[in-house]
Design a protein around this ligand. Structure first.
Ligand code: PAF
Length: 282
């Protein structure tokens, strides 16, 4: 595996490759990331991963400084998973000057759910992903990037970005990887105490229950769906969680559903100081 830190070195490493396949990450890699790497590997002529903890997508009170940096372990895991090129820019490589130009996503999609509770998050994500895409794919005829479906709204926002900017990059969804008890794998699971780790699966159980109820109420009025969502939030809160949202949405635009729409349930809740997210297509 070729490790590069600067844009010129990345371009040199990819000079002979016309169709890179790319998995961007913030490091602290787990089996969910490695599944994305393995999925991406046959989709291009070079498998590129990046590790960059992107300050722009963290709110001031969030965990940018304490976000786990596990460089040696990450390199070993990427190498074993078949990564060809690892791009690990320093902050000054990717943001050599303050990033005053930003990619502003459609507020209808980006100011709801995660965007409502983490204002500016998707602007930070879109801006860094656009920069990473320019770094990896500049001069390439086509490319593929694989993103985890656990970050469902992020994937939708980035797909819209790629479509509206007519980027010659196909965005592919990687299925959510789960622990044996059903907890979605996430770098932030490492923040959980032993007791919290046992409790953590309750978010996915609550979402599965909400999904079942939403299907049973397929022809329900929006007010009835809202009542199901409130009950799900209250049930989780009664177990000691602080839910941000547990909600049933229309799959194609994440707006409240009408009868007959394909659905997705999405949730975000804090357990102690750890904020977890999850989702299921219904
Ligand atoms: O999903 C993530 O890990 C990050 O949001 C991403 C896409 C690597 C951008 O920093």
């Amino acid at each position: 595996m070729h490790i590069v830190h600067t844009l010129p070195d990345l371009r040199a490493a990819l000079a002979a490759h016309a169709r890179p396949a790319f998995v961007p990450t913030m490091g602290n890699l787990h089996d969910g990331h490695l599944a994305l790497v393995r999925q991406a590997k046959p989709l291009g002529d070079a498998m590129v991963a990046s590790i960059f903890v992107n300050r722009l997508q963290f709110l001031p009170h969030e965990d940018f400084d304490s976000y786990p940096r596990t460089w040696e372990a990450d390199c070993a895991k990427l190498q074993a998973a078949g990564c060809d090129v690892l791009f690990a820019p320093r902050e000054t490589d990717l943001y050599p000057e303050p990033q005053t130009f930003k990619v502003q996503p459609d507020p209808l999609l980006a100011d709801i759910l995660e965007g409502q509770f983490r204002p500016g998050f998707f602007t930070g994500v879109c801006t860094v992903v656009m920069k990473l895409f320019c770094a990896v794919f500049a001069g390439k005829a086509q490319g593929t990037a694989v993103f985890g479906q656990k970050d469902y709204q992020q994937l939708m926002v980035l797909r819209r970005m790629a479509q509206q900017f007519a980027l010659p990059i196909e965005l592919v969804a990687g299925p959510t990887q789960r622990a044996d008890d059903g907890l979605a794998l996430s770098s932030r699971n490492g923040y959980l105490s032993e007791t919290e780790r046992q409790e953590a699966v309750q978010l996915s159980l609550a979402l599965r229950a909400l999904a079942r109820e939403a299907v049973a109420a397929a022809h329900a009025l929006p007010g009835q769906v809202a009542a199901l969502e409130q009950r799900a939030r209250e049930a989780l809160a009664a177990r000691g969680w602080q839910p941000d949202y547990l909600t049933v949405r229309r799959r194609n635009d994440l707006q409240p559903p009408q009868a007959g729409d394909a659905l997705v349930v999405l949730g975000a809740a804090r357990l102690g100081t750890t904020r977890l997210i999850d989702n299921f297509e219904v």
